[in-house]
Write a protein that binds this ligand. Structure first.
Ligand code: NAD
Length: 362
């Protein structure tokens, strides 16, 4: 892999290789952009087939975090850590404490959090060596499980999407098809039910489906059929890449709004949704509630303040649809542009010389 040409192409700031032979730690920390503030992004542990795959994953995910934080109005940049290893067999106290020391060595330019393959316990181990970590145990003042907060943000984003698609954000009487009734999907289903909406659901976990049917009066369909049910809003809350060559023509909805990451298999599928007149809530914006929640820990966690930030996802999604309509561009592109605009504007704001710059950013 031509590392510097890739870093140059997307204007990355820093790529850090962390090696601790004794514990077996092989980690890569990617910092994409710190214009808005310290780079925050989770620590993923995964068995990568090749080193290049790990490097590319760290870089790609770090850049995604820059956009997510920027469009969410957070004063944070984008970063990510990947640990090369099997999260089931290779973890140890020494490994995460060694990583904590490498993070400490970055002096606050990067702050880590949980991600695929890591958990609260791992964050607590990192916390023994550095304060630049979020998502630690609640006993240390952390924000706890992000899923209910994420679900609330998705619900608010769904209301804004309904407004763009139907002219009203009232979900009463709207039929929403939810794919995936996990931590986020089930809670989202409750919000929709409380707002007077109706539910069609699918999950590979039969217990979850039964619960939604019994508790919420949902109609159940197979995991295959969920893509083709006639509904107002399709809410992908399970897997990535669900809007793809195979599914795009099957969808019989007027809006897509759900929590799953990377819903578009490729950007061309976002273009296709736009052409079809389907209002698509960009995934990294509508599911930013968890990030907003965890980011609040950096100011001393306050649940009310975090809730207010997540509530604002309604306005952010509304602004995206407004730009999409004004410039006739797909909503995913409008979201990227809003993020880029904010970074450019704040870079300009901060170009003003301040004598006490150092103390301001302590
Ligand atoms: P989860 O693992 O709790 O739930 C996922 C659900 O999807 C499970 O119930 C699973 O059985 C179901 N599922 C898996 N394959 C399926 C299939 N083929 N068809 C239908 N259902 C299937 O995960 P979660 O925390 O609820 O997150 C859901 C999505 O939202 C994920 O893509 C996640 O990355 C994203 N997300 C979550 C958060 C958060 O705070 N939890 C934040 C941002 C993004």
């Amino acid at each position: 892999m031509e590392i510097f040409s890739y870093l140059g192409k997307y204007d990355y700031e820093q790529l850090v290789f962390c090696n601790d032979e004794a514990s077996g730690l092989k980690a890569i920390i990617a910092i994409h952009d710190t214009t808005l503030g310290p780079a925050l992004g989770g620590c993923r542990m995964w068995t990568y087939a090749r080193e290049d795959d790990a490097i590319l994953d760290a870089l790609r995910l770090a850049r995604g975090m820059t956009y997510k934080a920027a469009v969410s109005g957070l004063n944070l940049g984008g970063g990510k850590t990947v640990i090369m290893g099997n999260p089931k067999t290779d973890k140890s106290e020494a490994m995460f404490r060694a990583l904590g020391r490498f993070i400490q060595g970055l002096g606050g330019r990067y702050i880590t959090a949980e991600d695929v393959g890591t958990d609260v316990h791992d964050m607590d181990l990192i916390h023994m060596e550095t304060n630049y970590v979020t998502g630690i145990s609640q006993a240390y003042g952390s924000s706890g499980n992000p899923s209910p907060v994420t679900a609330f943000g998705v619900f608010r984003g769904m209301q804004a999407t309904a407004k763009a698609a139907f002219g009203t954000d009232d979900l009463a009487g709207r039929l929403v098809a939810i794919q995936g009734l996990g931590s986020v999907g089930m809670q989202l289903a409750r919000h929709i039910k409380n707002a007077g909406g109706e539910l069609i659901v699918a999950d590979i976990n039969e217990d979850s489906v039964r619960r939604a049917v019994d508790e919420l009066g949902a109609k159940a369909v197979t995991v295959k059929d969920i893509f083709e049910v006639e509904c107002d809003i399709f809410a992908p809350c399970a897997l990535g890449a669900v809007i793809n060559d195979e599914t795009i023509d099957k969808l019989r909805c007027q809006a897509v709004a759900g929590s799953a990451n990377n819903q578009l298999a490729e950007e061309k599928h976002g273009d296709a949704l736009h052409r079809k007149g389907v209002a698509y809530a960009p995934d990294y914006v509508i599911n930013a509630g968890g990030l907003m929640n965890v980011a609040d820990e950096l100011e001393g966690y306050n649940a009310d303040r975090a809730h207010a930030k997540v509530d604002n996802i309604y306005n952010i999604i509304s602004n995206i649809f407004a730009m999409s309509a004004k410039d006739n561009i797909p909503s995913y592109l409008a979201a990227d542009r809003l993020a880029e605009q904010r970074i450019a504007q704040m870079r300009n704001v901060r170009s003003n010389y301040l004598r006490d710059e150092k103390s301001l950013h302590r």
